[in-house]
Ligand binder design. Structure first.
Ligand SMILES: N[C@@H](CCC(=O)N[C@@H](CS)C(=O)NCC(=O)O)C(=O)O
Length: 82
């Protein structure tokens, strides 16, 4: 089983929303802090096609770079909810 990866920034409310959902659902995850400069967010751009965070990679479910916190929360509920 591969650990879910969360690309995020400290102080980002959208990222906090996703972390709270992950904690609520008891999903293990690793965080990756992206650079504050958009120009330097090459990794997150490569995996998701854009530079905003949060972005989730969940290899076990073939999710290789999902942006948009609302979409991520819906995905987490659908995949890991009761
Ligand atoms: N609608 C997005 C907004 C995300 C957002 O604005 N994230 C900020 C950090 S708190 C960011 O990365 N902004 C840069 C950008 O949107 O490219 C979501 O809900 O995920």
């Amino acid at each position: 089983m591969t650990t879910l990866q969360l690309y995020q920034l400290p102080g980002c409310p959208y990222c906090a929303k996703v972390r709270h959902k992950l904690d609520e659902l008891g999903v293990d995850y690793e965080t990756h802090e992206v650079p504050s400069s958009h120009a330097d967010r090459t990794e997150v751009k490569e995996i998701s096609g854009q530079t905003g965070v949060p972005v989730v990679v969940d290899a076990d479910h073939d999710v290789d770079g999902m942006p948009e916190s609302d979409d991520i929360v819906a995905y987490l509920e659908e995949t890991y909810g009761a």
